[in-house]
Write a protein that binds this ligand. Structure first.
Ligand SMILES: O=C[C@H](O)[C@H](O)COP(=O)(O)O
Ligand SMILES: C=C(OP(=O)(O)O)C(=O)O
Length: 411
């Protein structure tokens, strides 16, 4: 007798066990895929992230690119010398000069070696540091600096960028020049802060509480720029916040999140950088800034003037005008000006860098890929001007001193 065919859909012991095995199979495959997805950080429908990868901790980075003792000494003495200028205890001018951004380590090293000669020659009158800006805050889009995109191709290899950035700072220090950066991403700071002598907070982040808190815990002098609209009070408010005790979340040398209690940065000051409406390097702006600082309790604090950005209309020719005005004000005895920032590279002007489009090999050596810079010869002339202005201001002070009863008593 033929066995009867099972009616469609009727469960038999055999197809029931097939269903069970298939379900177990689906569950196992799904679980394996989920675990693999978690391990490889695959995107999920609820995430905007395409990929995540690990990174060396700041401590490991410092171990790979250590700060040798003589360079540590240079960082520490430069910080202290800058602080003395900013508090009006040293009559030299602090000069932060160099490319708008570092994009080519070789050209940066060449610039550093040339600048070191001037630093040495003018050291009695100017405290020269090199602009070694590795993070660029963009108004909208654009190349975001060597740390974000070290190959200039849009590849955004941050692990390589952090290592390369730290190496460039060490190279510049090794050439004998103290380094100056803008601090932008608070997570980057622990990777480089020990190799930085001077820091600024830019016009785009001066109102950010996170950047003010970061500045409070940094151990080098920090300058706050006026905002892009020209508001000087935002820089003064930032100085008030950053000089006060602040508790914040930060990362420790091992890269773990920690709660950090800072006592506040004693060497905060403000930088006049002009605005979209025009320059603010003139006497009246300097007097206004001084007055606002005094009202906020910073009586002795010197003011720095950024000769570029809104003060130059982002043209190197504009920097010359701004720098001459500063030199004139200092020569005529203005005691409130403590220094300048100047954008300068090996070649004058700038060139366009569009990551992913520009051929890196076509870029002109020694020419800025962000804002327009002075060339080295023009820079040298401006530094000579600034030096003469310091000598003139010093002579005036000595002349005034000679006429005082204290001077007569000492002769
Ligand atoms: O210092 C450089 C630039 O002024 C700053 O990064 C903004 O540049 P952008 O307006 O071209 O984006
Ligand atoms: C971006 C910079 O300046 P600011 O914040 O004044 O625009 C800079 O100095 O690189």
């Amino acid at each position: 007798m033929q066995p009867s065919m099972p009616a469609a859909g009727r469960r038999t012991p055999r197809n029931g066990s097939l269903c069970f095995s298939a379900s177990i199979g689906v569950i196992v495959v799904t679980a394996v895929l989920c675990l693999l997805g978690l391990y490889l950080n695959w995107p999920t429908a609820a995430s905007n992230t395409l990929r995540r990868e690990g990174l060396r901790s700041p401590k490991e980075m410092a171990r790979s690119f250590p700060l040798p003792f003589p360079l540590k000494n240079l960082v520490n003495t430069s910080r202290a010398e800058a602080a003395a200028i900013l508090q009006g205890q040293d009559d030299r001018l602090l000069v932060i000069v160099g490319p708008c951004s570092i994009h080519d380590p070789k050209a940066a090293r060449e610039y550093a070696h040339r600048l070191q000669v001037l630093r040495e020659e003018m050291k009695d009158d100017l405290l020269i540091m090199m602009r070694t800006y590795l993070e660029k805050p963009r108004t909208a889009k654009g190349w975001r600096g060597l740390i974000s995109d070290p190959t200039l191709t849009g590849g955004e290899d941050l692990a390589r960028g952090l290592a390369l950035g730290r190496r460039v700072l060490l190279d510049v220090l090794a050439a004998g020049l103290p380094t100056a950066v803008e601090f932008l991403d608070p997570l980057v700071a622990p990777y480089i802060e020990d190799v930085v002598a001077y820091g600024s907070i830019g016009a785009r982040t001066v109102e950010s509480p996170v950047h003010r808190q970061l500045a409070a815990s940094l151990t080098m002098p920090i300058g706050f720029k006026n905002s892009r609209s020209g508001d000087i009070q935002s820089a003064v408010n930032a100085a008030v916040a950053a000089s006060s005790p602040q508790k914040r979340l930060s990362t420790d040398p091992r890269g773990r999140v920690q709660i950090e209690q800072a006592i506040g940065n004693p060497d905060v000051h403000i930088i006049l950088r002009g605005s979209e409406d025009g320059p603010n390097f003139g006497e009246t702006f300097v007097a206004e800034a001084k007055e606002r600082l005094a009202q906020a309790g910073f009586r002795g604090s010197q003011i720095l003037i950024d000769c570029s950005h809104g003060n130059s209309g982002k043209k190197y020719e504009g920097e010359v005008v701004a720098c001459h005005s500063v030199a004139e004000q200092v020569s005529s005895g203005n005691p409130a000006i403590g220094g300048v920032l100047i954008e300068s590279f090996l070649v004058a002007g700038n060139q366009k860098l569009e990551p992913g489009v520009t051929k890196v090999e076509d870029l002109q050596y020694g020419c800025s890929v962000t804002d327009s810079c002075l060339d080295f010869n023009m820079t040298q002339e401006l530094l000579q001007d600034l030096r003469r202005s310091v000598l003139a201001r010093r002579a005036r002070v000595e002349e005034t001193w000679k006429g005082t009863p204290e001077a007569s008593a000492t002769t």
